[in-house]
Design a protein around this ligand. Structure first.
Ligand code: GDR
Length: 341
């Protein structure tokens, strides 16, 4: 039986990955921060909480990282732990640099010293491309991060490559474009939208506010992407891969389709910070712009080229953009309905 260690197991991807690894017969050990033990709800929802073993793991604590790796010596280490909200990284720059960036050097160094057979997966991100003018973005595209989060992830990405090249470690990065699901945190734009729409539908709120509606993202389904992570670590050679759908859509398109999925038609009015959406039927204002959600620097357009992952790993996302929205809206409608019972 192979042992997999998943840091950041309480996050969206951690839940999907734990489920997948258990189905594949792994022993799954999850790293949790002492303060985050109340966030096991995703693992509960995936019905895997009794099957995962938990250990205290804090990416800010080098001695703790070393001890966990020395004690467990896992076959595979999936590093999903990070301060992963791009917006917050502008206010929590030092924390993000340490938790999202420097911590990866601690982990790689501990693997090198205490468990060199461990295969390491680093959760790299399309945010590293940021302001790149290449369209679409692939493994050869040059990086141009536009947030402290992107900069920290880029440090971790290069560290992973450096340990692979310097010490012949099986260290890989998956450069994942946005991937969403009903388990997505509500501060990320997709889930913020689908949850707010469900609350509007059931009369729990009248409207909500967003920032930049015109940024474009390549959105896939998280369940498809964790399959890609596993394939990356289980290929015969260590390498880096882009995982993406190859389609891009604006936030505004996402909003339009999400309202439609909840059987609500909207119309738009105004421009800039005065842009608003109204329900066609009742004229109720349901969406406005609040500049507090603008970012000091924005990533305008992301669209990935996952040809390498498709050709070498046989990986292909299954859930479409409209399928993803439908899944998220239906789940949030159910969720809100349950709360009302
Ligand atoms: P992102 O995801 O920054 O792409 O990073 P997020 O959903 O936060 O933002 C996507 C885009 O939506 C715009 N936006 C808003 N975003 C949020 N959160 N809230 C709003 O109200 C809002 N209004 C507009 C943003 O400006 C942005 O352009 C995600 C994270 O999961 C990262 O950890 C991961 O690495 C990348 O995806 C791939």
């Amino acid at each position: 039986m192979k042992t997999a260690f998943v840091s950041g197991i309480t996050g969206q991807d951690g839940g999907y990955l734990a489920k997948l690894l258990l189905e594949k017969g792994y022993k799954v050990i999850g790293g949790v921060r002492r303060t985050s033990t109340d966030s096991l709800e995703r693992l509960r929802a995936h019905q895997v909480i009794d099957k995962v073993e938990f250990v205290n793991f804090d990416v800010l604590e080098q001695s703790n990282i070393s001890k966990v790796i020395r004690d467990i010596q896992p076959d595979e280490f999936y590093n999903l732990a990070a301060q992963s909200f791009v917006g917050s990284s502008f206010e929590q720059t030092i924390y993000t640099s340490t938790a999202t960036g420097l911590s990866v050097a601690y982990i790689l160094d501990a693997i090198k010293s205490y468990s060199p057979h461990t295969k390491f997966y680093q959760a790299s991100t399309s945010e590293m491309f940021g302001g790149s003018k290449d369209v679409p973005q692939g493994e050869q595209t040059s990086f141009y991060p536009k947030s402290p989060y992107g900069v920290a992830k880029l440090y971790a990405h290069w560290m992973t490559i450096n340990y692979r090249e310097s010490y012949n470690m099986f260290a890989c990065s998956g450069i994942l474009f946005n991937h969403e699901s009903p388990m997505r945190g509500k501060q990320f734009v997709t889930r913020k939208v689908t949850h707010a729409i469900a609350e509007i539908k059931y009369g729990l709120r009248k409207n909500f506010a967003l920032g930049n509606l015109y940024a474009k993202r390549d959105w896939g389904f998280a369940g498809d992407y964790v399959e890609g992570m596993w394939r990356i670590l289980n290929h015969k050679t260590a390498d880096d891969y882009v995982l993406a759908t190859g389609e891009t859509h604006s936030i505004k398109e996402f909003v339009d389709l999400a309202f439609k999925a909840a059987d609500m038609e909207i119309r738009w009015e105004g421009t800039g910070i005065d842009e608003k959406a109204f329900l066609k039927k009742s004229d109720q204002m349901v969406l406005s712009i609040d500049p507090q959600f603008y970012r000091p620097a924005e990533v305008d357009l992301l669209i990935g080229n996952a040809t390498k992952a498709q050709q070498i790993l046989g990986w292909k996302p299954k859930v479409t953009f409209s399928g993803l929205i439908e899944m998220m809206v239906q789940a949030d409608l159910e969720d809100v309905k349950r709360q009302l019972r």
